[in-house]
Ligand binder design. Sequence first.
Ligand code: ADP
Ligand code: MG
Length: 397
Amino acid sequence: MSKLIVSDLKDLKGKKVLVRVDFNVPIKDGVIGDDNRVKAALPTIKYITDNGGKAILFSHLGRVKTEEDKAKLSLRPVAEHLADLLGKKVTFVPATRGAQLEEAIAEMEDGDVLVVENTRFEDLDGKKESGNDPELGKYWASLGDVFVNDAFGTAHRAHASNVGIASNMDQAAAGFLLEKEIKFLGEAVDTPEHPFVAILGGAKVSDKIGVIEHLLDKADKIIVGGGMTYTFYAAKGIKIGNSLVEEDKIDLAKELLAKAGDKIVLPVDNVCATEFNNDAPTKVFEGDIEDGYMALDIGPKSVELFKDVLKDAKTVVWNGPMGVFEMPNFAKGTLGVGEFLGTLSDATTIVGGGDSTAAVNELGVAEKLTHISTGGGASLEYLEGKTLPGIAAVSNK
Ligand code: ADP
Ligand code: MG
């Protein structure tokens, strides 16, 4: 069952195309930080305008809780930045409904772009956006002829600006960005080319139980690294010193290990420190970790072991860093694995998760990988095998 894509929509000329984009970018004093999300939406916007459609863009920005939040959470700077990126005029409407918005839409010509104010301004009046208020979704849908969802970052939430609009339209299509996320995090993981290796790391086992369980059936090997390693160590009776552990998940780790047979591959050595500090003295332990030390990264032998498991893989999905990559002295494991993935030219390599994405971007290995997800929470839920409401609301072909 494949989804309707924006490129399947014919005769866009003169149509008012409502587009849910993810313009939730960091803004400080009116200046945009990382603009990757805006850039990622350009192919869909350009496709619509190149084909004579009128692109009416909706996005949320941050969380709007008080009237005062509005000043710093306006989408105006993003609309201005979008105009620069597109090299054309973009109309910004400082309202989420009403005569001003309706008139601005009526004045649009074919190929024009309009940005509606932050959809979450509607949350001040009884959480209408985040609560998917039926009247709001219906109203927004009434402003256009067709709907395109290109916001993967909010696809795991049923909000008025994605699910609400979609359910009030005859046709809802996926944008090119959403199409890519479905292809890699959905299809490539659901029906992977084998050998399929999952790399799971990050801080806690409890955050990743759903992902481990879902991938355990599908993957040929599951590499475990990062903070969750030491709960698995504890389950195996390996000494962990002061390393991160979730006592209440040790039994679960035992069950997973029993169920997985030799599918789960754990680190064989770890870079440990006496305190959670980049400058703390370090020592590498193989197996048992001495009292007074905490593991903050996987060690060099583990990197070699993981490379050996990965070398023939055809599909790799990676969620969760191998160590505390934010501190340069504990980033080597994550970097080593990332760099090696970049050399696997025959494999489809996919990264999901907020910190994992930050890690591959910061460490400069992102360009060599097949797909880096644009959604943190959404990518995790997708990797758990859950149905994401924002994707479910897109029409099937
Ligand atoms: P993602 O956002 O990609 O799903 P997580 O949020 O699960 O990833 O995990 C990322 C965090 O895990 C990072 O902040 C990293 O510092 C932390 N982490 C990784 N390894 C360890 C470790 N050995 N001890 C403590 N924290 C760790
Ligand atoms: Mg995280």
